[in-house]
Structures are given as C-alpha cells and as structure tokens.
Design a protein around this ligand. Structure first.
Ligand SMILES: Nc1ncnc2c1ncn2[C@@H]1O[C@H](COP(=O)(O)OP(=O)(O)OP(=O)(O)O)[C@@H](O)[C@H]1O
Length: 228
C-alpha cells in the first residue's frame, strides 16, 4: 500500500546540513497497524507528515499502491487527503468557528456523503465518544482531551483507508486513551490501515508492528503478537 524508498529529509543552514531522516526504507501493507516509537526528535512526526503528503522528502521516493506520489500537484494531494487518508494531529486543528457537530461532519460533506447518512455517522461517533451533550459547543469551550476526541472523531468518521495518527492519546486520561486505542483496534480489524506515533509502550502494543526510529534511522522493525 505504501512504500518509502531511501527517503531523506534534511534541512540546510548556512554551514551545515541537518538530517532528520536518513535513507528510510519502509513498506506498509494494507491492513497493518504500525506503531512508530523513538526518542523525541528522532523524526517520527516528520516521517508521518511525509507519508501524509504534508511534507516533502529531500531525497528518495514515496509510492501509494505502486504509484509515485512524490511530486503530486496540489489538486491530487487534496484528493488523497479527502478520499484516502485521515489524520489525527498532536494539535487538534479543529475549526474554531464550527461546533463539535460541524467539525465532525465537515469531511463527510467534502466526500459527498448524503445528509441522512451523514447525520447517522456523526451521531454514532458522538455517542461512542460520550460527546452528545457537547455537540453544539465550539472547540474553545472544550477541555484539551475533549478537543482531542473531536479531532479523532473527525479523522475517522469518513472511514479512510489509511489513518495517520500523531500521538492520538497525548492529551487524554489513560482510560480515555484506552478507549481510543480500542476504537483504533476495531477500525483496524475492519480493514483500516493505521500508522500511529506514540510514546506509550502499552498503546504501541495495540499495533501489529513496531518501528523504532533513532536519529532518523529505523533501528528496529518487528511484528508484535497480540498477547504482548
Ligand atoms: N523546519 C525545520 N528546520 C530545521 N529542523 C527541523 C525543522 N522541522 C523539524 N526539524 C527537526 O527535525 C527533528 C525531528 O522532528 P520530529 O518532529 O520529526 O521529531 P519527533 O520524533 O516526532 O519528536 P517528538 O517525539 O518530540 O514529537 C527535530 O530535531 C526538529 O528540530
């Protein structure tokens, strides 16, 4: 589904070149649930942003289903964002002028989902995340954890084929975090491919594969067994 060939990401300053990612080779198959771990600054978010077409590699190539996606036109990128992937960010990226309900509904409008079906899909997630009573509030009226839940609901409501999650549980209590990981596991069992960045070993083990980055290199890449 996704293939990275010799991906480098570096930044040049006057006197030196700083590598954030160095020669990353990674292949992710449809249906996998990959957890990316590694120390702060090791390049995890950068890697996720490159896969999500939000950042461009300095060298190397990226493929979705064997089609090169390195140098896509903006319009094609938007199509991938709309129809192929969902993104959970560390910062929630909610639209401040929209209510909780509208924030969750927006991706479905872009996707062309009809009104009735849209309502049912949003209602289902509000219910599942215990946010029904908050549906008419604006993001600024919610706690950090609640905003995170809305961000997650918005990312998964359209059932994207690929979900990219950067510390999805970062601002949540551990019980909320576990609830979210259960939701991700269920979505993965239904066929969604998931790549998450996490600092939490326990949550990493909801995945089926662990990739550990260090200094911009893949230091470890192994399958996880469910019982671990
Ligand atoms: N525009 C930039 N210019 C220079 N360096 C950058 C730029 N963007 C990112 N970096 C550097 O890239 C490195 C990796 O950042 P990244 O956010 O990918 O790390 P991370 O592993 O996700 O860290 P964390 O766990 O703290 O979120 C950092 O040292 C950061 O300073």
């Amino acid at each position: 589904m996704i293939r990275l060939n010799d991906i480098d990401r570096y930044f040049d300053s006057k006197f030196q070149r700083t590598f954030v990612l160095k020669g990353i080779n990674l292949q992710v198959e449809e249906g996998e649930f990959v957890s990316i771990m590694g120390p702060s600054g090791s390049g995890k978010s950068t890697l996720l942003n490159i896969i999500g077409l939000l950042d461009a590699p300095s060298a190397g190539s990226l493929f979705f289903y064997d089609a090169p996606v390195n140098e896509l036109k903006e319009k094609k990128k938007v199509e991938y964002h709309r129809n192929f992937m969902g993104f959970i960010f560390q910062a929630y990226h909610l639209i401040e002028e929209m209510t909780v309900y509208e924030n969750i509904e927006t991706p479905l409008i872009y996707k062309g989902v009809k009104g009735k079906e849209r309502k049912a899909m949003v209602a289902d997630l509000l219910d599942r995340f215990n946010m029904v009573a908050k549906k008419d509030l604006f993001p600024a009226q919610l706690s950090g954890g609640q905003q995170q839940l809305v961000g997650i609901a918005r990312a998964i409501v359209g059932k994207p084929r690929l979900l990219l999650a950067d510390e999805p549980t970062g601002n949540l209590h551990s019980s909320q975090g576990e609830m979210i990981m259960e939701v991700l596991r269920e979505l993965n069992e239904q066929g969604m491919t998931i790549i998450q960045v996490t600092h939490n070993e326990k949550f990493a083990h909801y995945g089926s594969r662990l990739v550990r980055l260090e200094d911009g290199l893949v230091r470890e890449d192994r399958q996880l067994v469910a019982a671990e």
